[in-house]
Design a protein around this ligand. Structure first.
Ligand code: CP3
Length: 366
């Protein structure tokens, strides 16, 4: 242990090698089986989650560390996944920006006061996440205690582009026209907004790491809407600024959807692991990226609506595409859909474990 109570790099490296397949795979170290976790694994498809949500609104749940920690642990107990992901949301950080964040029933997130002009950007306060979302860090501490070292805990944040898209659009969007309007009309205001989000995100993720998360995922879920040149000019420098500021011994997963045209540029921005959606062939995408990076993915979330035998067949195909290359973390290509049968998610986790078992007790077996 280092003086601050966090494991020294040497200790965490040893743990990665000897104990946790997920952390080992992030480092492209061979593992006894392919680790698997599921984006949105603590969500509405779980009856236990729906029961808790009957008592608490989504934001109340996020703001109540005891309940958020309980929800984080549900899929670990129920599914046998190889990692837990903090229960929170990429938009919690925008609470600090005083833009009127709400989660309305059925419609998803709403930003009451969208950010559309240079003056709107200039008005945004820059407050420390330790002051504005202390409950997230408290949830991390409780989850680490509840996990007792069983599996690693992944923290996360939205990448600057995806968070900005909600701020500018005022909610979800199909074509991101307001976002692109700001980007194309007022590059100064755009870069000021993404610069601010990048600084806040660094402090937010470092706070999560200090509280105990062992890896982080940066969600750039909607960045696939951009042309490669625009990604490079308007987004890459800000995402890179976030990743560069994070401690080197904490693996970073850099995820987006619809990114077939952006993978090399995303890799340039950084990340130990690149998250792939189902629209790319995992083997071909990994060959493009090269052996210097790990990959995560990439089953179509809708495939979990198929019968378990078909789920198993599709999992085997993805594992075959990864082949014997170390550094594959199995996941869906995006979040699990709310009407997915829990048994099917369990069938996927079991199938990945069985089909990928390499029986090497020396490295990464649970
Ligand atoms: O993966 C996990 O289990 C951890 C928890 C988590 C949530 N949101 C909980 C949540 C994570 C990692 C997120 C990330 C997130 N949030 C993203 C990036 C990932 C992605 O899906 O692309 C985005 C874009 C958001 C913003 C967001 N939050 C939207 C668009 C919505 C509404 C749509 C939806 O799925 O309901 C949310 C709400 C939300 N975040 C829910 C959950 C479990 C559903 C809330 C509910 O219980 O009604």
């Amino acid at each position: 242990m280092a003086g601050d109570g966090r494991p020294s790099p040497r200790t965490s490296e040893w743990e990665a090698l000897a104990v946790h397949p997920f952390l080992a795979a992030c480092r492209r170290v061979p593992t006894g089986h392919t680790p698997v976790w599921i984006m949105r694994q603590a969500g509405r498809y779980l009856p236990e989650y729906r029961a808790i949500r009957a008592r608490l609104s989504f934001l109340e749940l996020c703001r109540t560390p005891e309940a958020a920690a309980e929800v984080t642990l549900l899929p670990v107990d129920r599914l046998g996944v190889d990692a837990a992901i903090l229960f929170a949301d990429i938009l919690l950080l925008t609470e600090a920006l005083e833009v009127g964040l709400e989660f309305s029933k059925g419609d998803g997130p709403v930003i009451r006061r969208p950010v559309r002009t240079a003056a709107d950007v200039a008005r945004l306060p820059e407050k420390d996440p330790g002051e504005t979302v202390p409950y997230v860090f408290e949830t991390v501490r409780r989850v680490r205690q509840g996990l007792g070292g069983r599996v690693p805990l992944i923290g996360f944040a939205g990448a600057p582009f995806t968070v900005a898209s909600y701020l500018v659009e005022g909610g979800a969007s199909d074509h991101f026209l307001e976002t692109k309007r700001l980007m194309y009309r007022d590059a100064g205001a755009w870069h000021a907004l993404l610069g601010l989000l990048a600084r806040l995100t660094v402090r937010y993720l470092i706070g999560q790491i200090a509280a105990g998360v062992e890896a982080v995922q940066l969600f750039d879920s909607w960045v696939g809407t951009l042309a490669p040149d625009d990604y490079r000019a308007f987004v890459l420098p800000h995402t890179r600024a976030v990743i560069r500021e994070l401690p080197a011994d904490v693996p970073v997963i850099h995820f987006g959807t619809g990114t077939a045209g952006l993978l090399e540029a995303m890799q340039e921005a950084g990340g130990d692991v690149i998250g792939l959606d189902w629209r790319v062939d995992l083997g071909a995408a990994w060959s493009r990226l090269g052996s210097g990076v790990a990959v995560q993915g990439n089953l179509d979330p809708a495939a979990l609506l198929a019968p378990p035998a078909e789920i198993r067949r599709r999992a085997a195909l993805i594992l075959a595409r990864a082949g014997s290359r170390p550094g594959h973390i199995f996941n869906l290509g995006h979040g699990v859909l709310p009407d997915t049968p829990v048994d099917h998610v369990r069938a996927l986790v079991d199938a990945v474990h069985e089909l990928s078992a390499r029986g090497d007790p020396g490295s990464g077996t649970p």
